[in-house]
Write a protein that binds this ligand. Structure first.
Ligand code: NAP
Length: 414
């Protein structure tokens, strides 16, 4: 058999497993994941009110459940098994580790309570076991820095009413935090013009249909032509509705400093045209400016991702997804890319008579590592779905301990 290890079970890793199964008939594929649960950004990145996007998890679930695929959840490369060990056990190793760290602005005040990166914020509202709630209360004004789709997601989750979040898998703790904020204004801020914004029109237009909030755009701020500019112009020209929350769009404002004594009080910007100072009062600032890959043992990313040529990082070593190309593209981008990398792997790798997953299992047992296999994941999934209610499609288990307990057939609540 050709033994392949994929590190990471997000969309890129799962699409790759699916393609490799088709292209390499004797492939045995082990998907290694540091969390007890699979699907990475589908579970912890895609917004909880976008369940139709999350539904692609069903495709990935089928791939993980196939006979020639094994899931090793709760196994951290570097802690439980080394990268070098994986290289010796497998004919090929793939980095599908994503871009797990928030990029930093590198301006004063960024570590202040009230300032949070989008990875931490989105992970928290998606129930990631390692992400903490924002260290802030009484948010009347929130600043969202960046003009990409993550900024739109963050603004929308902040803006929606409890009723509008019905049907999502948002936890009751997150809902309580959101409901407790006396939010009046959300400011979405781009350093360039409206025509340069990276929003997709569909995501932007959704903000025009919210019940609790309405977009506010100054038509004088709009220049250039694009689908996004057209939608922003529609926002500007729509009759004003009386809503508790306003979502203000600002362009040509570059972040300069986060201001406050002990916690955030305002964000200081400089205009792109004149360099004038503009302060926007805020108790919460979410920076939505992209992500970077983390090192994997001795492998260190350069400029946010792993240096590669068409997905090839080195001999028998490949990368897919954000680990390969940086944090860009939508979920289907990963399907196309995974097919190309799988094709290349099918041409390049051969059965090297390596031990593969059989030896990995032995190593993990010797080291007392309790991994979660596919059956264990199905138990976690069933436990979460069993707790669904009239207004929640799933209640995610919030801690690793709860997930491990559910994986072993316990209730999941500790
Ligand atoms: P993004 O689309 O690359 O947007 C990042 C934004 O941050 C840009 O507006 C960028 O401005 C700005 N930025 C970067 N550095 C900055 C700095 N130092 N100061 C001020 N602004 C700065 O990234 P993203 O929103 O994180 O999304 C990541 C990927 O996931 C994208 O491909 C996105 O489309 C995708 N995604 C898709 C969906 C969906 O389809 N529903 C949802 C979420 C995410 P410049 O343009 O000037 O560099």
């Amino acid at each position: 058999m050709t033994h392949i290890a994929i590190i990471g079970s997000g969309p890129a890793g799962c699409y790759l497993a699916d393609h490799l199964l088709r292209l390499i008939p004797d492939a045995a594929i082990d998907v290694i994941e540091q969390l007890p649960v699979p699907f990475g950004l589908i579970r912890y990145g895609v917004a909880p009110d976008h369940q139709s996007t999350k539904a692609v998890a069903r495709v990935f679930d089928r791939a993980l459940g196939r006979e020639r695929v094994s899931f090793f959840g709760n196994v951290s490369v570097g802690r439980d098994v080394s990268f070098d060990e994986l290289m010796s056990l497998y004919d090929a190793v793939v980095l599908a580790t994503g871009a797990q760290r928030d990029r930093k602005l590198g301006i004063p005040g960024e570590e202040m309570p009230g300032v949070i990166g989008s990875g931490a914020f989105v992970g928290w509202y998606n129930g990631h076991p390692d992400k903490l709630p924002p260290d802030v209360a009484n948010v009347r004004s929130a600043v969202v820095i960046g003009n990409g789709n993550v900024a739109i997601d963050v603004a929308r989750i902040l803006a929606k009413s409890t009723q509008e979040l019905a049907g999502s898998d948002l936890s009751s703790e997150v809902q309580d935090w959101l409901s407790a904020q006396p939010l009046e204004r959300i400011h979405i801020i781009g350093r360039r013009g409206a025509a340069d914004a990276r929003f997709t029109d569909h995501e932007l237009a959704e903000l025009g249909g919210l019940q609790r909030a309405r977009p506010v755009v100054d038509v004088a701020d709009l220049s250039g032509e694009s689908a996004v500019v057209k939608t922003l112009r529609n926002f500007a020209e729509s009759p004003a509705r009386d809503t508790p929350v306003e979502i203000h769009f600002h362009f040509h404002l570059a972040p300069f400093a986060f201001l406050g004594e002990e916690k955030l009080e305002a964000v200081e910007f400089r205009t792109g045209t004149t360099g004038d100072r503009v302060d926007i009062p805020a108790q919460l600032a979410v920076t939505c400016i992209g992500y970077e890959a983390l090192a994997c043992c001795s492998l260190v990313p350069v400029n946010g991702c792993f240096a590669n040529e068409g997905g090839k990082v080195g001999e028998r070593l490949y990368a897919v997804g954000w680990a390969k190309r940086g944090p860009s593209g939508t979920i289907p981008t990963n399907r196309v890319e995974a097919q190309q990398v799988a094709q290349r792997m099918a041409e390049e790798i051969a059965d090297g008579n390596r031990a593969g997953g059989a030896r990995l299992r032995e190593l993990l047992l010797e080291r007392g590592v309790r991994w979660v296999d596919y059956t264990g994941w199905r138990r976690i999934d069933a436990a979460e779905l069993a707790q669904a209610s009239a207004d929640r499609c799933r209640v995610k288990l919030g801690t690793t301990a709860e997930m491990l307990q559910a994986a072993r057939g316990g209730s999941g609540s500790t």
